[in-house]
Every structure is written in C-alpha cells, then in structure tokens.
Design a protein around this ligand. Structure first.
Ligand code: ATP
Ligand code: MG
Length: 388
C-alpha cells in the first residue's frame, strides 16, 4: 500500500510578502484545530503547500471534508507518496489511481518539478507517466482539451506525489488573521450569510442574539443556536451572547412613537452589541442588512442606526438581492434552518407604518423618554453565553 496524505494549497496568503509567515502559521493552527480528535500523524508546510499525513489513511475523506470549511485553503486533495524515481513513479501512479482511471475515458497527465535537480523536466515526467498509464488502461485516451481527470505528478524535495481530482477549498483568509467582530445573529437568512462572508476574510466572530422572552420562545432560541452550530464549522469556538431584550422593547413601545419603534430598537441593539464587542475584544459589528429590503434598511434608516455605533458596522450583503443571499445560505448549509418558522423579536414589535426616512434629531428626541444607559446595562448584565 502506498503512503497517502492530504495536500493543501492556499491562495491569497502567498501575496502577503513579509507578513506571509503570520498568515501561514494561522492557517496551520486552524487546520490542526479542524482535524478529527482521533487524528494522529504529522502536519508540515513547505513550498506553499501544507501536508497533512494521518497514520490512518482511512480518515482522509473525513479530513478533506472538514478542511473544506477552513478559510484560507484554495484546494485540497488526497495524494499518494512516491519515491523520486521515474520507473517507481509510473508504477505507483498506475497502482494508486487505478480505481479512478479504470472508470473513465479521457485523461491527461501534468507534472510539476519543484526540485530542479530531478533529471527529467516537467513535460518529460508528464509524458513518461501519461504514456505508461495509457498503456496500462486500455479504456483511456489522452485528451488535453477536455479530460475527465487530470493526473498530476509533483516532484518535490523529499518525495514525489501523484493525485487526481482536486477539491475546492473555502478560499478567503485564515480565521483570526484579520481581528475579531461581533455578529448580530437573528434567526433569518441574511445574518448567517453576513457572518460567513466576514469570517471568510479572516475575521473571527462571536455573536449576539436578542431574545424577547416570552414573546419569542425556546424554539426561536434553539433555531439561532442551530444556525450558530452550522457557522461554527467555519468559525470554531463560536460564542453566542444571548441578550434579554424584552425590557428594552417594552420600554420603547411604551414611551416612543409607534412609527419609530423599529429604528429605536435597532439603535438599542447596536449599543448593546457594541458593549459585547468591547468586552470581548471585537473591533466591528456585522449585520445582515441589505439596502431597501425592509423599512429599517433604507439608506436614511441605516444612517440613523449607524450614528449610534462607536465602531465600524460591516454589512457584507448590503448590495445583494435576496436570491443571491439564498444561494450562499444554501451553499453553507444554513438555509434549511433559516426558513423554519419561528417568532422574531422584531416582527412582534413591528409598527404598521414604520418611518422609512427617519431623522436623527427626531429619533434622539424620542430616545430621551428612555433610560438608555440602564436598559443597556441591565440587558448586558443578563447575558447568557453559549459556546458552540
Ligand atoms: P435576517 O434574515 O438576517 O433576520 P432580516 O431581513 O430579517 O435579516 P431585520 O430583521 O431587519 O432583517 O434584521 C436586520 C439585521 O439585524 C439582521 O440581519 C441581524 O444582523 C440583526 N438582527 C435582527 N434581529 C436580531 C436579533 N433578534 N438578534 C440579533 N440580531 C438581530
Ligand atoms: Mg431578521
């Protein structure tokens, strides 16, 4: 049996110049954290490739599956280790890839010689190995334009490797390489996608969820935690801060004009989320808002919401149509959970005719009827943290 491992390629990090080792180390750390608990074996990095080699090759599929959710990886593949000898490489490639090659017709072979001391050039290696495979498998024809599989041979310092069928990685930047942010996570479709898009750029997330018991019940809470669990595959050790929001909502409803309820509520959410962010070292807030989607997401409303935030508010889905957001939600696996029925704290307190063009001065005037500091303090003191 040939020795097997997972070869991991990463993309954008390579452009990082002098900071590159920092990004590479973050990536290796995240890869280690994503491996199954049962993993025993070695992990090392050389020439813009990371090698994950489990003692037990049976767990390679599971490793690949988990690593497709690790940001910073552009592609990954199961590879077979071969000695750096052309005859051994030919035979090894035929043995290793027989299950795949016996089931297809069109293939081509490519080679990359990272070790320039190896006597054959890349085209020569490809020709030798490709020719041998063609002779071994009578079903195969060479098709350089439209192959079903590309057999890749890489000759590196220590060994040669052969593989075919690369799996696409999650792309982006290693989680934690770009600071930390607090996601306002509702039970809807948009905010999990916004969180995913932010984490993809290397920003580690925690979350706040505003919970209006008894207006929203355990089911709504469970739903948000299920969404957070799905996101935690991309953002491990995901802390969800569940903020008791009922008092604040009742106070707004009692003391502020009906058409301003939503916008004032959103400003309170921002204030509370910012407190959580500051306490946890997060530098920005993230929401799932998209221009014009609902009354509180007009440009005027977003401006009034932002006026209260003391840190940047990221809205990665701001310019996306619902359909585009849904496509990503399906791809990351949150959609089916997001569309489960549930009560949302916002829908329960939604005014019939919300103000779509709120004015900051008027909103601030209405907010004087509230003891904002106390509402924020009480809510933050009542937070329950759930780690996913
Ligand atoms: P989503 O599909 O993400 O729920 P939405 O279109 O329903 O978004 P809103 O309900 O207006 O829009 O919420 C806008 C954003 O505010 C959400 O994307 C989310 O970031 C945040 N948000 C709304 N409700 C809550 C909540 N209960 N807890 C935490 N964040 C919330
Ligand atoms: Mg919502």
């Amino acid at each position: 049996m040939l020795q097997q491992l997972v070869l991991i390629k990463y993309g954008e990090i390579i452009l990082k110049g002098l900071n590159r080792p920092i990004f590479e180390e973050a990536l290796v750390k995240n890869i280690k954290a994503a491996l199954p608990d049962s993993f025993k074996g070695s992990i090392h990095r050389a020439q813009a490739t990371i090698y994950v080699e489990p003692d037990d090759p049976e767990i390679i599929d599971e490793i690949i599956d988990r690593l497709t959710k690790v940001f910073g990886i552009t592609s990954l593949t199961r590879a077979f280790v071969l000695p750096k000898d052309i005859e051994a490489m030919k035979k090894g490639a035929a043995e290793a890839l027989a299950p795949v090659l016996s089931g297809i017709r069109r293939f081509k072979a490519e080679a990359k010689r990272a070790d320039k001391k190896f006597p054959l050039t890349s085209p020569e290696i490809a020709r030798e190995v490709g020719g041998y495979l063609h002779d071994c498998f009578s079903n195969l024809t060479v098709d350089v334009v439209n192959p079903e599989e590309v057999v890749m041979i890489e000759v590196r310092e220590q060994n040669a490797y052969v593989y075919c069928g690369r799996v696409k990685g999650a792309g982006g930047m290693p989680l934690g390489s770009n600071s930390k942010a607090t996601l306002l996570l509702s039970g809807g479709i948009d905010s999990p996608v916004a969180g995913y898009m932010t984490a993809k750029r290397g920003v580690r997330l925690n979350a706040v969820h505003f919970f209006s018991y008894p207006y929203t019940g355990e089911r709504a809470r469970d739903k948000v935690l299920s969404l957070a669990k799905i996101l935690s595959a991309y953002n491990p050790r995901f802390d969800v801060h569940i903020v008791p929001f009922t008092e604040a909502q009742l106070a707004i409803k009692k003391n502020c004009p009906e058409e301003q309820l939503t916008i004032i509520m959103r400003r309170l959410m921002m204030r509370m989320a910012e407190q959580v962010a500051r306490k946890t070292g997060a530098r920005a807030l993230v929401t799932g808002e998209s221009i014009g989607q609902v009354a509180s997401q007009t440009v005027e409303a977003l401006a009034v919401t932002d006026a209260v935030a003391g840190m940047p508010v990221f809205r990665p889905v701001i310019g996306m149509d619902k359909e585009e957001i849904v496509t990503i939600a399906r791809q990351i696996g949150t959609f089916e959970t997001s569309i489960l029925p549930y009560e949302d704290c916002c829908t329960i307190f939604t005014p019939k005719h919300p103000n779509t063009k709120p004015r900051l001065d008027k909103i601030e005037l209405s907010e004087r009827n509230l003891d904002i500091d106390k509402l924020v303090e009480d809510a933050v003191n009542g937070i329950e943290i759930v780690r996913l």
